[in-house]
Write a protein that binds this ligand. Sequence first.
Ligand code: COA
Length: 435
Amino acid sequence: MIHDYSNRIVNPEKAVEIVKSDDRVYLHANSCYPELLVKALCDRYNDLNNVEICHLTSFTKAPYVNPEMTGHFRHNALFTGNNVRKAVQEGRADFTPIFLSEIPLLLESGKFPIDVCFLHLSMPDAHGYCSFGVSNECSKIAAENSRVIVAQLNKKMPRVLGDNFIHIDKIDYIVECDIELPELPMVDPNMPKEERAVYRKIAENISMLIKDGDTLQMGIGAIPDAVLPYLREKNDLGIHTEMFSDSLIDLIELGVVNGDRKSLLPGKVVSSFVIGTKKLFDYIDDNSLIEFRTSKFVNDPFTIARNDNMISINSCIEVDITGQVCADSIGHKIYSGFGGQVDFIRGSARSKNGKPIMAFASTAKENTISKIKPYLTPGAGVTTSRGDVHYVITEYGVADLFGKNLRQRAELLINIAHPNFRDELTEKAKELKYL
Ligand code: COA
């Protein structure tokens, strides 16, 4: 039955009048960032004080973190994207460390009440259901636990299948639009040749651990994505991942990814959002292969572990020679967040024949910094603990740390560090009595 919602259609300026001082406003993430609503809200900044704006990743303009918004809006990052990173690092915005799998639990607990949820959805189907489109993550659960729901309904928002819908009757204020979604290619097309060669070697090292019939998760960052083109010779791969990007399309079209041997939801690409280009948005539109679920399901380590042969591929900022991983900060400066890294590391460790992989280039900043360190940089947080870490991979090889003592770990990690830093790391390891 088609539901008449015409009496709830308003313009963006009217829709955002529902926001009051001291409210918490939750924003739909990634390419579902509700830009029209955010702009209208920020235009009202002089009427409002102490409004908290929280969200996961987004990559378009975030006017609420501009210095002149201080006192009117304050951002609370559940994952720090590039558009809010400076504000977080300068102390003008907050960061909340939390596993992606547990954000839904927080939202449902009542400990983090949401006053207004801004969504960016597809137009309703014949039965009145709007899709959360290219990004579900925690937004569906945020909406279900919000006092008021305001939605931008976009004719260009793909209808992505799965547990990815909300009924039009649940939405309090509706703004209709017909606008392109923001795009973000995962791999920099202008990446220098030398860097590309390093990524290729890392991808080859990862692909040696991947067998026909395995199920994959690709974390955020260039390396997890770079591995995909090196899997063209594999067969029957499955996907259970919080996110994916354009590179997956080729593997699906080649028949390499078909999910035939998955132990959980066989035949489906299970995910909760994509980051990529219009080509990808069009590809997932009304595609029965794609099953979007919330992070509560996709990222739950117990759900992940129900996939046999689960391979998780994540990246990091630095690792110490005992195996402690920092992925969310550069020293004390917050760079990103936990995201789903620990969820997938733990889930794949518990999966039958699963393999948690941490992969990164051995150096940063044009070979001046080793990403394998004697100890973490002061202020760096531990994202993945040394108890959780299993496979560590650089362009120089694979270190399997599971069940290894600290002496063995130091040896294995120094062996895959950049040669320029191995002597210095060995000396430090001796000084610290690991060797
Ligand atoms: N010391 C100093 N700077 C470092 C560094 C180090 N050890 N390692 C990286 N950097 C710098 C890089 O030079 C780069 O700086 P720039 O932006 O000025 O060029 C920046 O940090 C990002 O590094 P890069 O290697 O390009 O990052 P990436 O895009 O490959 O992403 C992570 C890597 C770790 C940031 C990303 O994977 C992440 O946020 N992980 C946490 C969440 C997660 O894993 N989720 C998984 C499920 S989605």
